[in-house]
Ligand binder design. Structure first.
Ligand SMILES: Nc1ncnc2c1ncn2[C@@H]1O[C@H](COP(=O)(O)OP(=O)(O)OP(=O)(O)O)[C@@H](O)[C@H]1O
Ligand SMILES: [Mg+2]
Length: 336
């Protein structure tokens, strides 16, 4: 144990960046890492310490201003497709609600949008009014490179807004691709080979950091993190950032964090405000100004297969998602 701790400290101090050495990274073959690992896996306590150091080191300002992390602010080329993964391994935080409504608002502003449902639950698919049993091809076919993949893109029935739907078959992809070469790049390859051109591709991720989310992070330019205004919301954020860092290091150097969107905000509770304050303190540049309120109308809309702008355009939810879409466009504009 002492040897392991000594080694760990040595690497943190000598390499200056424990991100490389935190866990066996997916595809890193860094010789220093291998040297570290040859001495046996570090204990859970060591990992916890690395995570803590990493969390402090990579918190907001560092992400933007300091050395290695700075690449997340690399400007996006203007005039090309922006691919946004909407990710948080925590379940029920508003990923799908954000994905479909952001897609809808961007399309309303004339942006050509493709929404990829990358969750076997297929919630984005049903939220847009599609019955899963009627789908002829899905994200599963895209990832498995089936000939049917060409039919996977369907119109959402709204102007400028297409969808790649998903159903429970997608859960099989994670298993079937285990031994496949470049398995984490399947979505990236599929999107690169699209005939149709889009301004935005949004990817609705499942609540896990498995192969499906990894595919989304490899394909994306940026990650949008919805965070519920709840006490436990920040839990898991460090793990998500570790994953994003590892993907950036080993698989997709252009990946950056687009921002953190606070969802299900209930202004009547002190707790919601405290959580927002906490996130603002840690991530002043990443948090979006727009807060998405907790609203029954937002939770009702998917059961009618409608976007909030279609279901109740005057509702607080509709107004805040419209403001959020505007903020996303402004943020992209600033970084291009
Ligand atoms: N702002 C909101 N106010 C009230 N209810 C909301 C709000 N946002 C989402 N919901 C509801 O909360 C539930 C979870 O939302 P959603 O499906 O968007 O989360 P998710 O992160 O995609 O979940 P999962 O991790 O399971 O994919 C849904 O029933 C949704 O309708
Ligand atoms: Mg979802």
């Amino acid at each position: 144990m002492l040897t392991q701790l000594g080694l760990l400290l040595f690497f943190i101090l000598s390499c200056g960046d424990p991100c490389h050495y935190s866990t066996p990274p997916c595809s890193l073959t860094d010789s220093s890492f291998q040297l570290f690992w040859q001495n046996g896996p570090p204990s859970v306590a060591c990992f916890a310490r690395i995570a803590e150091i990493l969390y402090n080191r990579c918190s907001d300002d560092n992400l933007i201003e300091s050395g290695r992390c700075k690449q997340v602010e690399e400007p996006l080329e203007s005039g090309r497709v922006r691919i946004i993964a909407i990710a948080n391994q925590k379940g029920g935080v508003g990923k799908t609600t954000t994905a479909v409504n952001l897609a809808g608002h961007l399309a309303q502003r004339g942006q050509r949008v493709l929404l990829v449902d990358a969750d076997p639950q297929g919630n984005a698919t049903t939220s847009l009014g599609f019955a899963k049993r009627e789908l002829s091809a899905t994200t599963y076919d895209l990832l498995m490179q089936h000939p049917e993949a060409k039919q996977a893109i369907i119109s959402s029935g709204r102007d400028h807004f297409d969808l790649v739907p998903a159903d429970e078959d997608l859960a099989g992809a994670a298993v079937e691709l285990v031994a496949a070469e470049r398995r984490e790049r399947r979505l990236q390859q599929a999107l690169a080979s699209l005939d149709t051109h889009y301004d935005h591709v949004l990817i609705d991720c499942p609540p896990s950091l498995g192969l499906l989310t990894l595919n989304a992070l490899c394909a994306a330019d940026s990650v949008l993190i919805p965070l519920q205004c709840e006490y436990l919301a920040l839990e898991g954020l460090a793990q998500l950032k570790l994953t994003i860092d590892r993907v950036r290091e080993g698989l997709n150097p252009r990946l950056r964090i687009l921002g953190v969107l606070m969802t299900m905000y209930d202004g009547r509770t002190n707790l919601a405000q405290q959580v927002v304050n906490e996130v603002q303190r840690h991530f002043p540049r990443l948090i979006f100004r727009t807060l998405i309120p907790r609203s029954v109308r937002l939770s009702e809309a998917p059961s009618h297969g409608k976007l909030i702008a279609e279901y109740d355009p005057q509702s607080r939810g509709a107004i805040s998602y419209a403001a959020f879409a505007e903020e996303v466009l402004q943020r992209e504009e600033r970084s291009s």
